[in-house]
Design a protein around this ligand. Structure first.
Ligand SMILES: [Zn+2]
Length: 134
């Protein structure tokens, strides 16, 4: 049995490693794992829009940041299971986090590049949209 990748239309054997996006009880979509971390895959993730993902990010405890009101260099959260689970839930895998170097120091994860996909501003204790910025 073959299924089609929803992004590139490539035929995939069902037993091949692939990302399954579940949608309700019996509906699911298949995507090849090569799209992991891609914008196309994030767009397919059901149930949560960017605002809801940002709300989840804002539930994390931010332990350090480096920002001067114009440039935000990093915002760190603890590298623990709770925060990783949140990141998985909004579509970012451990591989993606490692490849982007977000967990480079071993104790923390720099959450800012992920958060800025859904907003444009770090307010010092939460991420959101600054209406003055375009
Ligand atoms: Zn594909």
């Amino acid at each position: 049995m073959m299924v089609k990748c929803l992004i590139c239309n490539k035929e995939l054997p069902v037993d091949m490693t692939q990302i399954i996006i579940t949608e309700g009880e019996n509906k699911y979509k298949s995507v090849c794992c090569s799209h992991e971390g891609s914008q196309e895959l994030k767009d397919l993730m059901p149930g949560m829009n960017g605002k809801e993902k940002l709300e989840l990010i804002n539930t994390m405890e931010f332990i350090d940041d480096d920002a001067d009101g114009e440039v935000c260099n990093y915002v760190l959260v603890a590298d623990n299971k709770i925060n990783r689970d949140i990141l998985h839930k909004i579509g970012f895998s451990d591989d993606y986090i490692r490849e982007e170097g977000l967990d480079a120091d071993g104790d923390t994860i720099d959450i800012s590049p992920i958060a800025f996909e859904y907003c444009n501003w770090w307010f010092g204790d939460y991420f959101g949209d600054n209406e003055d910025e375009e």
